[in-house]
Design a protein around this ligand. Structure first.
Ligand SMILES: Cc1cc2nc3c(=O)[nH]c(=O)nc-3n(C[C@H](O)[C@H](O)[C@H](O)COP(=O)(O)O)c2cc1C
Ligand SMILES: CCCCCCC(=O)C(=O)O
Length: 341
């Protein structure tokens, strides 16, 4: 595919829909129930206005940051998304190569359709691992240890999926994994009987050797409990609107969580990031970095590794433009004052 046709992230979805099976497209694009949260994730970003300052003499802004002792070139991470072989025959290997070329951290899903060993061989940038805790806690422990032994540098425990959401559209799309698409590290779909609790988080923290982030926190009291349970970081997320419909947009939830956390641990966010200005707004409202889900899946479906790279590069370039035009030379210089009150 001629990637020069894709000037922004929306262009990838327009082209991906023609290339993907209906089942795969509906799986990626859909949200829970009436899809209100998925819509709000975007509307809330659109409603935030920016407050630029001029004549700052900024030529090339510096997008670097340090997170958990890791030096990152920019604050745009690839969110964990399942089943990449549904989107492209090279699956997670293409994603890892694409992330490498875009200097992006790739958070690999527990539901990867490529074994972790193969992904690590392909990666040239840091990998993090997203964990679904299964009823079999020993299997969970050995998966964490395998990821750590293979060099994954952080663990993101997803805490917002005690049960799968009401995924009407996904079901209507006929979601089913083809027989040759295998989730090597997850025995079967999520159907857990032994609910995950704060005690499990303390247990994982007792042996984890990498920073543990909790993904799927939306309010201040859970953010506090996360810190008390030993979490090293928090990801404000509503799972891209796929689990519990009518929860708020993540950009609306972010400031309360960030206030409560008060810089004790890094707060990241995802949900609806589609423009560089969204990245800037998220950082201004308390995020250290952001993650991007659906657009990366569409980039992968359009053009494999190159599509993934281009999605991240477009966002990074747009972020740099937004930094110059608002007068912010560095990531740490992006604060509340960039928001129009
Ligand atoms: C196709 C797809 C699969 C996903 N799979 C996972 C997953 O395996 N684990 C997880 O924690 N989140 C998963 N998510 C949620 C993303 O990590 C992320 O929270 C969300 O996509 C961010 O919103 P955005 O798509 O608007 O960028 C998935 C999202 C999508 C779209
Ligand atoms: C339906 C619950 C398990 C889904 C696993 C992948 C995922 O998180 C998703 O959003 O899809």
């Amino acid at each position: 595919m001629d990637l020069s046709e894709c000037l922004n992230l929306a262009d990838f979805e327009e082209r991906a829909v023609e290339r993907m099976s209906k089942m795969a497209y509906e799986y990626v694009a859909s949200g829970a129930a009436d899809e209100l949260t998925i819509r709000w994730n975007r509307q809330a970003f659109d409603a935030i206005k920016l407050n630029p300052t001029v004549l700052n003499g900024i030529g090339q802004p510096d997008t670097r940051l340090s997170l958990f002792g890791q030096e990152l070139s920019h604050p745009i991470l690839i969110a964990p998304t399942a089943y990449h072989k549904l989107m492209h025959p090279e699956g997670e290997l293409a994603t890892a190569r694409g992330a490498g070329a875009a200097a992006a951290v790739y958070v690999v899903s527990s539901f990867t359709t490529t074994p972790l060993a193969e992904i690590t061989r392909e990666a040239t940038q840091p990998l993090w691992f997203q964990l679904y805790v299964r009823d079999d806690r020993e299997l969970t422990k050995s998966l964490i240890q395998e990821a750590e032994d293979r060099g994954f540098r952080a663990l993101c425990i997803t805490v917002d999926t005690a049960v799968p959401g009401v995924r009407n559209r996904q079901e209507k799309g006929g979601f089913r994994l083809p027989d040759d698409v295998i989730t090597h590290h997850m025995p079967g779909p999520l159907d857990e009987k032994k609910p995950l609790t704060w005690k499990d988080i303390e247990w994982i923290n007792s042996f984890a050797r990498t920073p543990v982030l909790l993904k799927g926190i939306l309010n201040a009291s859970d953010a506090e409990k996360a810190i008390q349970s030993g979490a090293s970081g928090i990801i404000v997320s509503n799972h891209g609107g796929r689990n519990l419909d009518t929860v708020p947009a993540t950009i609306d939830a972010l400031p309360r969580v960030a206030d409560q956390v008060n810089q004790r641990v890094p707060v990241l966010m995802d949900g609806g990031i589609r423009r560089g200005t969204d990245v800037l707004k998220a950082i201004a409202l308390g995020a250290s970095a952001v993650l991007v889900g659906k657009p990366v899946c569409f980039g992968l479906a359009c053009a494999g590794a190159e599509g993934v790279t281009k999605v991240v590069e477009i966002l990074r370039t747009e972020l740099e433009i937004a930094m110059i035009l608002t007068g912010r030379a560095t990531i740490s210089g992006i604060d509340h004052s960039v928001i129009w009150k």
